[in-house]
Design a protein around this ligand. Structure first.
Ligand code: ZN
Length: 198
């Protein structure tokens, strides 16, 4: 069995025809979650008596309870539970939790967070680029969508105030953006007064 992570599911653009077929009941879903209430963030309402049709790891349709008439799909009874979209955490430092990305993912997912944007400046401050990349390698194994905002301020202060193990120069930051598709933005700016790394 392949690892469950964000690469396990095919890109949406390659699945729209399949999902449309499933939603139109021309093909069987893989899984039907019944007995569910669905939290609609569009209407700000909890929708009762719904069932969710899943195909290829994606939601193909949300239907009134009892709509599924086939027999091939696996069934899961949510027993009145609420199905809600995953939460997105736009800024955190995994290593400040003193755990790896995979261990962090376990706790985050159990509490409903499915996507995070980490800024690895603590590990960058200790191990420079090698630390940031080691955390990204680990993050790719996690069943959580983990993106990187590239640390902008390593070290966080001046050499007179700290002896850091890393020095992320603009060149190194640029190379991280070039190498890692997870890198989506620049991380938090701390030492803005002296204008380090401009
Ligand atoms: Zn922060």
């Amino acid at each position: 069995m392949t690892a469950l992570n964000r690469f396990s599911i095919k890109p949406l653009s390659t699945m729209t025809r399949l999902l449309a077929d499933v939603a139109s009941a021309r093909r069987e879903p893989d899984l039907v979650i019944g007995g569910a209430r669905v939290m609609s963030t569009y209407s700000e309402r909890i929708l009762g008596d719904r069932e969710v049709w899943i195909s290829g790891g994606r939601i193909a349709a949300v239907k009134p309870a009892g709509s599924y008439k086939g027999s091939a799909a696996k069934r899961y009874d949510a027993k009145g539970g609420i199905i809600a979209p995953g939460l997105v955490d736009p800024h955190l430092h995994i290593e400040s939790s003193m755990v790896t990305a995979c261990a962090y993912a376990e706790a985050a997912l159990l509490n409903g967070t499915t996507t995070i944007f980490c800024d690895s400046h603590e590990i960058g401050n200790v191990m420079d680029v090698a630390g940031v990349e080691a955390m990204l390698e680990d993050a790719r194994q996690a069943p959580l969508s983990i993106f990187l905002t590239v640390p902008s301020t390593v070290p966080a202060t001046s050499p007179e105030l700290e002896t850091a193990g890393g020095d992320l120069t603009p060149e190194k930051i640029a190379a991280l953006f070039d190498k890692w598709p997870e890198a989506v933005a620049l991380g938090e700016k701390m030492d803005f007064v002296p204008g380090r790394h401009g």
